[in-house]
Design a binder for this molecule. Structure first.
Ligand code: 5GP
Length: 164
């Protein structure tokens, strides 16, 4: 369908504060926020400030190749985080959306083997997600336009370079 959930940067700012508040109200105090790149990096940065957590890690996962088109399974790309950094830590996984939930499950399972505790925070969760995140700002089943990926990458404009 043509229906889209449109997240803007101003609404994103509000969403992050509200998402962080639900984590705080729940009494969860993560030692580490593990972001799933690239979309989860925005979420992790916002949550880290709002929760006063100074330790952000990052894992790159590749899954989606376009609107609604995916690889067969998500894969962690190198460099994979060093599990030793997570030993006996309370981790909060941060991502933009749990859609099929396969990406979050991959990262969650990776963490489970090493950490003291792991929970997940997402802006959006879709009803068919196989992972149920502890912290969700909004539920939708529409395709979401995120402010960081709604526009194509910038391209170089010839003849626009100023002289030094
Ligand atoms: P999952 O593994 O849960 O199916 O998908 C996780 C990743 O796929 C998300 O982190 C996001 O990058 C991408 N993705 C899934 N659903 C959507 C969507 O509705 N809109 C956008 N822009 N990306 C999505």
């Amino acid at each position: 369908s043509d229906i889209r959930e449109n997240l803007t940067y101003p609404i994103f700012g509000q969403a992050i504060r509200e998402l962080a508040q639900t984590v705080a109200d729940d009494g969860y105090e993560p030692d580490i926020i593990l972001s799933i790149a690239r979309g989860g990096v925005f979420v992790a940065g916002g949550l880290a400030y709002a929760l006063d957590c100074k330790n952000i890690h990052l894992v790159n996962v590749e899954f989606y190749t376009g609107v609604g088109s995916t690889l067969e399974m998500p894969v962690m790309l190198a460099p994979v985080p060093n599990a030793i950094d997570f030993s006996n830590k309370k981790v909060l996984i941060a991502d933009d959306v749990a859609d099929t939930g396969k990406t979050l499950k991959l990262v969650h399972d990776f963490c489970l083997e090493h950490v003291a505790e792991v929970r997940s925070a997402v802006i959006y969760e879709k009803s068919h997600s196989l992972v149920k995140c502890e912290y969700v700002w909004k539920r939708t089943d529409e395709w979401i336009n995120f402010p960081w990926s709604v526009e194509p990458p910038v391209v170089r404009r010839e003849g626009q370079v100023l002289d030094a």
